[in-house]
Design a protein around this ligand. Structure first.
Ligand code: HEC
Ligand code: HEC
Ligand code: HEC
Ligand code: HEC
Ligand code: HEC
Ligand code: HEC
Ligand code: HEC
Ligand code: HEC
Length: 480
């Protein structure tokens, strides 16, 4: 696993980043560039500064303290907060992240000190945290899914303020929210402007300052008790705040460093919701927290094993996805699964569970196809309306689709969209598929599925499931 991302990394990094890596000789493992002392200012950082600031000289953090009291919103001066951090102890002052301040001191405007979206750039931190930066650069968080942010420029009321797509898809909006800005209270013009700035100046899902408060020690420590200035908790068992029917202002401000974004957006398995929202699956591709804890699927009436030791492992997501604070966010079988499994045991278990879950999902899909073929004369018509329309076909009147089929397809997508095929929570994933099968078996006048398709390999089955997932993602890109 470890080698894998590293090899890909070298293939994928653009030239400027490669330059930084070469300058830093710290290599993998340590948080910092180089060996002796605090590294110097980089050209990439200087390139972020406005023309007005380039002529400025350094005045020292104490000089900033003269004016910056109470601007964090909780009455405490930024300076006093910074004073308590590791950065202060090791001599990383205000100007290492904001650039030199003499011009700003003489004539304080936002235009002559690094601020706003540009200050959120990971380049600021990369001056010293080169190895972490390289890992982050490899991760999906350094990219952006532009669609939701572009939509918020065109239609800020809907994609910005109502659906809050931007809160999970743009670091600029996420950080604004964490600094106390209520996106719902901004004007449409302000939302559109921020969305434009986000794409132009900080086109990333999550930068360093999205997860880390740059100024402040916080109450949220790592699983081994370390202060790393996290803005949110790494652990939660709260299933209400992001539960069925929760609203965008609630689920986008969830207090969890990963599940503030990786939650199912209030997706609702109630029969009433399944009957009204028939255009597309009502969870999002982001339902990993729901899957880990085991809530949000159609569960039937019997007993449910909601989760395993995975849900309560200290650090939760970061336990498996960030051992040794590795910022690729990819799973590590060696460090991430200890002490509960050996690397070999963990890998083997994932292999077996994925194989089972993929085959079970495929068999369920075959059943849904058989029902659609028998009822409507077309195997595709079990699916959601927008997904059928995307295939150029006319969806049946959804009133003709029995609730049993609606429950089954909810569970089908719930498992697929989490993307881990049982690795997060095998008992819950399997339970949902079982309940879906029970429902399909109860469909009035159902037809038996043909056995032929069962002879496909797991890889071939997965490809078909991933095609459904991709269509659902596409439908999400332009949703109401
Ligand atoms: C003489 C008072 C004064 C001093 C000294 C001063 N600032 Fe400021 N600073 C201000 C004022 C006033 C603003 C708001 C300007 C505006 O919005 O037009 C500001 C704005 C800022 C902003 C932008 C805030 C935003 O809303 O985005 C940053 C960042 C900042 N200062 C950092 C610093 C740093 C770092 C230092 C020390 C190098 C410093 N300031 C020293 C008065 C000062
Ligand atoms: C480790 C880098 C880092 C250090 C050190 C740092 N800042 Fe910041 N600062 C940032 C980043 C990143 C942002 C934007 C994110 C945010 O607002 O939370 C920011 C935002 C700000 C803002 C505007 C947002 C607000 O809360 O009003 C001000 C003002 C500011 N910093 C002043 C200072 C002062 C004064 C110091 C020193 C006492 C300082 N900063 C030290 C990185 C840093
Ligand atoms: C000028 C160099 C420099 C810059 C710029 C810088 N850091 Fe640091 N950072 C350090 C040093 C040095 C340490 C202490 C490392 C140690 O003791 O192992 C540190 C420690 C940390 C820690 C661990 C905190 C702790 O209490 O142990 C975090 C988290 C961190 N930095 C995040 C950031 C983020 C986020 C940014 C950008 C907003 C940033 N740093 C910018 C040099 C820097
Ligand atoms: C609660 C946070 C959250 C909200 C709100 C949110 N998303 Fe997402 N979205 C995510 C996450 C996390 C992923 C990535 C999931 C993964 O890769 O497993 C994602 C993935 C996507 C994708 C798939 C991209 C691809 O790879 O093809 C699209 C498209 C998308 N979102 C659009 C939207 C739109 C449009 C909205 C608003 C209507 C929205 N999202 C609201 C968290 C969110
Ligand atoms: C998606 C959230 C997220 C993003 C983005 C992120 N971090 Fe972190 N970071 C974390 C978490 C969570 C931890 C604690 C991991 C653990 O449990 O050990 C951490 C730990 C750290 C540490 C402490 C390392 C140590 O050895 O203990 C440093 C330094 C750090 N991050 C710097 C950065 C920098 C620099 C960036 C940007 C290049 C960044 N982080 C981006 C979530 C994030
Ligand atoms: C600001 C919202 C946000 C936060 C916070 C966040 N993520 Fe993500 N994450 C996303 C989005 C959006 C994507 C998809 C981005 C893309 O494809 O460009 C993603 C992608 C991922 C991926 C890759 C998924 C794939 O399809 O390959 C993993 C793994 C991941 N995140 C894990 C985490 C973990 C672990 C944390 C907490 C330490 C975390 N994320 C915090 C929004 C977020
Ligand atoms: C017990 C370990 C473990 C925990 C805890 C865990 N994950 Fe995972 N995660 C995995 C494994 C294993 C995979 C599958 C990796 C693969 O396919 O090779 C995975 C896959 C993913 C993916 C990728 C899905 C895709 O589309 O490819 C995302 C995103 C993700 N996890 C996010 C999270 C988030 C967010 C949390 C916390 C709510 C979390 N994970 C908790 C082990 C874990
Ligand atoms: C805190 C301890 C803990 C950690 C950490 C942990 N697991 Fe598990 N895992 C368990 C327990 C306990 C079970 C349930 C075992 C059982 O039912 O026999 C389990 C079950 C599983 C299953 C389902 C297997 C089955 O046979 O049903 C898979 C797959 C799995 N783990 C993979 C992983 C991977 C991959 C990691 C690391 C990325 C990981 N686990 C980390 C404790 C853990």
């Amino acid at each position: 696993m470890k080698m894998k991302w590293f090899v890909t990394l070298f293939a994928a990094i653009p030239f400027t980043v490669a330059l930084i890596s070469l300058q830093s000789c710290g290599g993998e493992g340590g948080p910092l560039n180089g060996g002796g002392g605090i590294p110097g200012v980089t050209q990439q950082f200087l390139d972020l500064l406005s023309a007005d600031q380039r002529s400025a000289s350094y005045i020292g953090s104490e000089a900033c303290a003269d004016c910056h009291g109470g601007r964090q919103g909780d009455g405490t001066p930024i300076y006093a907060h910074w004073k308590e951090t590791k950065h202060s102890q090791v001599g990383v002052g205000c100007e290492r992240c904001h650039g030199p301040g003499s011009v700003h001191q003489a004539n304080p405007t936002a235009g002559n000190i690094l601020h706003g979206p540009k200050s959120l750039s990971a380049i600021v931190c990369a001056q010293c945290h080169g190895p972490v930066f390289d890992q982050w650069q490899f991760s999906a968080h350094s990219k952006i899914i532009a669609d939701p942010v572009e939509e918020a420029i065109v239609n800020p009321a809907r994609y910005g303020k109502t659906s809050r797509c931007v809160s999970c898809h743009s670091n600029v909006f996420k950080t604004a929210g964490d600094n106390g800005v209520n996106i719902g209270e901004l004007s449409d013009a302000e939302v559109a402007e921020l969305a434009e700035e986000s794409l132009a100046e900080s086109p990333h899902t999550a930068t360093c300052a999205t997860c880390h408060n740059p100024h402040k020690n916080t109450e949220y420590l790592t699983d081994d008790g370390k202060q790393v200035q996290l803005r949110h908790a790494t652990f939660s068992t709260d299933t209400t705040t992001v539960g069925p029917g929760s609203t965008p202002p609630t689920f986008t401000t969830f207090n969890h460093i990963c599940a503030q974004c990786h939650n199912g957006r209030g997706g609702n398995p109630a029969d009433s919701a399944l009957s009204s929202g028939t255009a597309r699956p009502n969870m999002h591709d982001s339902n990993q927290y729901n899957m880990l804890l085991g809530f949000g699927g159609v569960e039937g009436s019997g007993p449910v094993q909601r989760n395993t030791a995975h849900a309560t492992a200290p650090g939760q997501c970061s336990k498996c996805h960030m051992p040794d604070a590795r910022h690729t966010f990819t799973v590590s079988y060696d460090k991430g699964c200890a002490p509960c499994h050996t690397a070999a045991d963990a890998a083997a278990r994932v292999g077996v569970v994925k194989d089972e879950v993929i085959s079970e999902l495929f068999a369920l899909r075959t059943k849904m196809e058989a029902y659609a073929q028998a009822t409507f004369g077309d195997p595709d018509l079990w699916d959601y309306t927008s997904l059928i329309t995307a295939e150029g076909k006319t969806p049946p009147d959804q009133k003709l689709v029995p609730i049993e089929v609606k429950r089954a397809r909810h569970n089908y997508y719930f498992v697929i969209r989490s993307g881990d095929y049982g690795a997060h929570n095998a008992p819950y994933a399997k339970h949902l598929i079982e309940i879906a099968n029970d429902n399909m078996d109860a469909v009035p006048g159902r037809a038996k599925a043909s056995a032929g398709s069962q002879f496909l390999t797991t890889a071939q089955k997965l490809e078909i499931l991933e095609q459904d997932r991709a269509r659902a993602r596409k439908a999400d890109a332009h949703e109401d």
